[in-house]
Design a protein around this ligand. Structure first.
Ligand code: PEP
Ligand code: MG
Length: 554
């Protein structure tokens, strides 16, 4: 047995057969067949027929809208004019691989030129061509596999387009050889509650059909699990299923210290799911998500309707609404459409709102109106606050609109380092660990080439969190966490040990974080946090926390 190590996302465990995601096939060399025209024609016909049959079978199994798409693909595969194009190339003495590749490419260009509905089908041709070629070459078809049974998906990494096709009822776990804890795959896994291990380089050796155990809490894949291990996993899954079926309790440490667990939401209609998962309120409502594609600023009425719907869903509970956060990763043309060399360091967050104060005032008006019409406990906060002066500006403005509780997001090292001064002017702070990590580590959170630096476990980030936590304790102000870090069950314990008083996360992460907090007292959390703080780097901090979490307190 070998344990393949990577970064686990969440605390889940899964066991099942591996299905590898194949990479797209590179374009074949143009070469002459040595087998002869008839043999190549026979191979081609067989491959096309097999792909069409396979697509029909998948169409039948999928049902609904997917059925139509897959049936159309099956028909395209056997289209007589495509067959003619392939035959012409075969008659010239080309190999089947080249004939299929070139004929489909020509057909694709024709469809694209026609445009409209047919133009939109052009990409389907690539998929069919890849499938036919995979048959010819005897290799697995590229893209997200659909073996017709639950499986552990092993891939280099997943592109956003691949993740859209994932059937969550079939994917038991994800294992990637590339990617880090903030990669697209990791974020998706956290959001959807999929058991995942990312960055497990050795997983490249896993074979299709091989049974593995994926243990996210341990960050390891067992590539040869014993029958006893498989039985233990089955038992753990049964216990978790029973726990998940019970009504969720409020977040608390083992000694009863409450740690409210809140939801990060992007639209009011996500409220029901968050509540069902035991969200005690909303720790971050990303208002910009409502208006990402808008060319003009939203009207007060539009905003009031959305905020009222949200607040109604959380009657009697805390709802932290963030003002529009325009920025590098979330551009809002109506707030800043200037070209900037370094948008992450540009006119963003509160800076952009202040430059268009009328838009900020309209948003506060809409929030005050929604607040007056509902019975939730509304807190408002400004994004990307850097200075004490900005803090005082925002909280004074919010109070002008009658909003009772106004705070700031701490996402920039400057405001973390001056947290005591910032908190003298704010009712609360909420730490956005995604941006705080980006700015502390000087690593663009959108750039894959520096993703390795984007790790909130880094002790430099943890020290900044401690600054804010200690300032919160001294001033008696709440300090929440609303970045991805709060969704990491062990890091959540560390953050509480550093002084966080509430945690907000994607609703799917709530159960694992709740379970993790319940295993440690406040003294444990401080001890585990101290161990992480003393490390040299993110990996060291994670390992030190893991060791401290499993060793009894002195
Ligand atoms: C953050 O930066 O951590 C945060 C919560 O805000 P966003 O991810 O929306 O920038
Ligand atoms: Mg942010």
């Amino acid at each position: 047995m070998t344990l393949l190590r990577g970064v686990g996302i969440g605390q889940g465990v899964a066991a099942g057969p591996v299905v590898r995601m194949a990479e797209p096939l590179p374009a074949p060399e143009k070469s002459r067949s040595t087998a002869g025209v008839d043999a190549e024609r026979q191979r081609t016909r067989a491959a096309v027929a097999a792909v069409a049959a396979e697509l029909q079978q998948r169409a039948h199994a999928a049902g609904g809208a997917a059925q139509e798409v897959l049936e159309a693909q099956a028909m395209i595969a056997e289209d007589p004019s495509l067959e003619e194009e392939i035959d012409t190339r075969l008659d010239e003495g080309c190999t089947a691989e080249w004939a299929v590749h070139d004929a489909f490419a020509g057909f694709r260009a024709t469809l694209e030129a026609v445009g409209g509905y047919l133009g939109e089908r052009a990409a389907d041709l690539d998929d069919i061509a890849q499938r036919v070629r995979a048959h010819l070459e005897g290799v697995p078809a590229p893209g997200v596999p659909d073996p017709g049974h639950p499986f552990v998906l092993v891939a280099r990494d997943l592109a956003p387009a691949d993740t859209a096709l994932l059937r969550l009822d079939q994917v038991l776990a994800l294992v990637t050889t590339d990617g880090g804890p903030t990669s697209h795959t990791a974020i998706l896994a956290r959001e959807k509650g999929i058991v995942a291990i990312v960055g497990a380089a050795q997983a490249a050796s896993l074979q299709d059909g091989q049974t593995v155990v994926v243990d996210a809490a341990a960050g390891a894949v067992d590539d040869e699990p014993s029958p006893e291990r498989l039985a233990a996993v089955a038992e753990r899954l049964a216990v978790r299923a029973a726990e998940d079926a019970a009504p969720p309790a409020p977040g608390a440490l083992a000694d009863g210290t409450p740690v409210p667990l809140l939801a990060n939401l992007g639209k009011p209609s996500d409220a029901a799911d968050a509540l069902a998962r035991g969200a005690e309120g909303v720790g971050l409502f990303r208002t910009e998500f409502l208006f990402l594609s808008a060319a003009q600023a939203p009207t007060i009425a539009q905003q009031r309707a959305a905020y009222t719907e949200l607040l109604q869903s959380f009657e009697g509970r805390k709802v932290v609404v963030r003002m529009l956060d325009a920025g590098a990763d979330k551009p809002l043309a109506f707030l800043n459409d200037a070209h900037e060399e370094n948008p992450a360091l540009g006119l963003r967050g509160l800076r952009a709102l202040r430059a268009s104060e009328d838009i900020l005032r309209e948003q506060l008006t809409a929030l005050a109106e929604a607040d007056a019409a509902t019975a939730a406990e509304l807190w408002v906060m400004a994004p990307m606050v850097t200075t004490v002066e900005e803090t005082a500006y925002f909280t004074a403005l919010a109070r002008e609109f009658g909003l009772q509780t106004a705070g700031v997001m701490v996402e920039v090292p400057a405001s973390a380092l001056l947290a005591d001064r910032v908190l003298a002017h704010a009712d609360f702070a909420s730490i956005g660990t995604n941006d705080l990590t980006q700015y502390t580590m000087a690593a663009d959170r959108l750039l894959g080439s520096v993703a390795g630096f984007q790790d909130p476990w880094h002790p430099a980030v943890l020290r900044l969190v401690r600054e804010v936590g200690e300032a919160g304790a001294r001033t008696g102000r709440p300090v929440g966490i609303c970045g991805e870090a709060a969704a990491d069950p062990l890091l959540a314990v560390v953050l509480v040990g550093l002084g966080a008083t509430s945690l907000s996360m994607a609703p799917a992460a709530l159960a694992d974080v709740r379970r993790s907090l319940a295993q440690h007292t406040v003294d444990d959390a401080r001890r585990i946090a101290l161990a992480a703080l003393q490390a040299d780097d993110a990996a060291g901090a994670r390992a030190a926390a893991q060791t401290a979490a499993t060793s009894p307190s002195q």
